[in-house]
Ligand binder design. Structure first.
Ligand code: HEC
Ligand code: HEC
Ligand code: HEC
Ligand code: HEC
Ligand code: HEC
Ligand code: HEC
Ligand code: HEC
Length: 235
């Protein structure tokens, strides 16, 4: 196993140990069911949130397998590797994959059924991310789990002291600024899973953000200068 392999294995163990959701596979389903049962009749709460997973249209048994033995029913999630998510959502190779994505912890961030939050997220996107990355909240910080420091209202402090991480508009994607305004949640080809630019200024607050790749895309737009640039380019 190479160095990268060892690192991933170590981080994998610590992350799985710290964050994996508890599972119970052994217990029998409280009532007898088979693959033709109307699951929704009893589990309507799994399909009534504002955002419902399109996979539910293919039926509950596209992810759950029902087995009957000894007069009891057992409902398991199948297949076990990444809970079957990859059956329908194939992952393309990237240079910097996000470890919880690459290791199949899909349901750590997503509800497999339905959610109050866009993207079937278990919580507001920044809350999902800060659960693992906020300095102070992380119980077992290690160099395999980088953390960031924010003000106590979780609004400012990253990537630089006065920079907002929410509560302002996202000039590129629309909606509110969040962790995924700058980072790709599943990983990407740029350093630090950044959406834009590899070039990160050392002391950005004192620099002209127009010239720095990672900052300029948003800030040219914030300052209404994106059109000027386009005209220059098309000469
Ligand atoms: C007659 C009502 C009823 C029907 C029909 C029903 N369930 Fe359940 N199910 C329950 C109850 C009650 C529980 C226990 C409380 C809970 O977790 O909501 C449960 C628990 C579960 C659980 C968690 C515990 C476990 O056994 O793993 C799963 C998964 C599940 N049901 C899936 C299904 C699927 C899939 C179907 C359709 C094939 C289905 N249920 C049909 C009533 C029902
Ligand atoms: C896209 C895959 C997928 C589909 C489709 C799906 N489930 Fe699940 N379900 C899961 C996974 C994965 C879990 C394991 C718990 C977790 O990680 O949140 C689970 C857990 C459950 C549980 C127990 C834990 C909980 O969240 O309450 C119940 C009950 C359940 N499913 C019912 C259903 C019913 C009813 C349907 C159909 C309406 C359904 N599921 C369709 C993937 C799916
Ligand atoms: C039976 C096929 C199937 C399976 C299995 C499946 N999905 Fe999906 N999923 C879909 C379809 C279809 C859509 C809607 C089209 C799309 O966005 O690709 C979707 C959309 C999504 C979305 C985007 C929702 C949105 O509103 O933007 C998320 C997140 C997602 N799935 C997560 C999961 C997770 C997590 C699992 C494993 C628990 C899973 N899926 C398993 C079929 C599936
Ligand atoms: C670290 C948290 C996290 C993990 C782990 C994760 N996702 Fe996501 N996923 C997100 C976020 C955040 C979005 C963007 C939601 C939005 O745009 O509102 C997203 C978006 C999606 C979408 C919508 C289409 C797209 O690609 O943008 C699908 C489908 C999806 N995820 C499936 C998966 C599957 C399958 C897995 C596991 C292999 C997984 N996710 C693991 C956070 C995560
Ligand atoms: C379950 C815990 C967990 C959650 C939730 C999570 N991450 Fe991570 N993240 C990790 C781990 C572990 C690593 C380190 C992987 C490594 O060292 O290869 C990481 C790495 C990163 C990195 C790369 C740091 C670098 O310097 O390359 C970024 C950026 C990041 N996560 C952003 C996010 C965002 C944005 C979200 C929310 C959408 C999120 N994370 C949610 C566990 C998590
Ligand atoms: C305005 C853009 C932007 C936003 C918003 C943003 N980040 Fe970052 N993030 C960066 C940049 C640039 C870096 C690389 C520079 C650095 O290490 O500080 C980075 C680095 C990181 C790292 C790696 C830190 C390390 O020490 O290796 C993590 C983890 C991270 N971000 C998580 C998050 C989370 C969680 C959120 C949401 C609360 C978030 N980021 C919001 C731009 C952003
Ligand atoms: C995803 C878009 C985005 C990216 C990328 C981004 N910013 Fe920002 N930045 C914002 C938004 C939005 C604000 C708040 C503007 C407002 O509320 O009027 C802001 C505010 C600022 C401020 C003003 C803070 C204050 O003192 O009030 C500075 C300085 C700044 N950004 C520098 C940077 C630097 C340096 C980078 C590159 C590392 C960067 N930004 C990357 C969106 C972004």
């Amino acid at each position: 196993m190479g160095r990268a392999g060892i690192l991933i294995a170590v981080a994998g163990i610590s992350v799985a140990g710290m964050f994996a959701a508890p599972r119970c596979h052994a217990a029998a389903h409280p009532v007898r069911v088979d693959e033709h049962s109307n699951c929704i009749a009893c589990h309507a709460d799994h399909a009534t949130e504002p955002y419902v997973h399109a996979a539910l249209k293919s039926g509950c048994i596209s992810c759950h397998q029902v087995e009957n033995h000894d007069d009891a029913s057992y409902v398991a999630v199948q297949p076990k590797e990444s809970n079957g998510c990859r059956e329908c959502h194939a992952a393309g190779p990237v240079l910097h994959p996000h470890l919880p994505y690459a290791s199949g912890m899909c349901t750590r961030c997503h509800d497999p059924h339905a959610s109050k939050f866009p993207g079937l997220l278990r919580a507001r996107v920044n809350d999902v991310c800060l659960d693992c990355h906020l300095q102070g909240r992380v119980k077992h910080p290690s160099r395999y789990l980088p953390t960031i420091e924010l003000t106590s209202d979780y609004r400012f402090g990253h990537p630089y002291a006065r920079h907002p991480v929410n509560g302002s508009p996202d000039p590129i994607r629309g909606g509110e600024l969040s962790c995924i305004s700058c980072h790709l949640p599943h990983g990407g080809n740029k350093l630090h899973q950044l959406r834009m630019g590899d070039e990160i200024p050392e002391d950005a607050l004192n620099q002209n953000t127009e010239t720095k790749d990672v900052c300029q895309k948003c800030h040219m737009k914030l300052w209404g200068m994106d059109n000027i640039r386009k005209k220059k380019r098309s000469r």
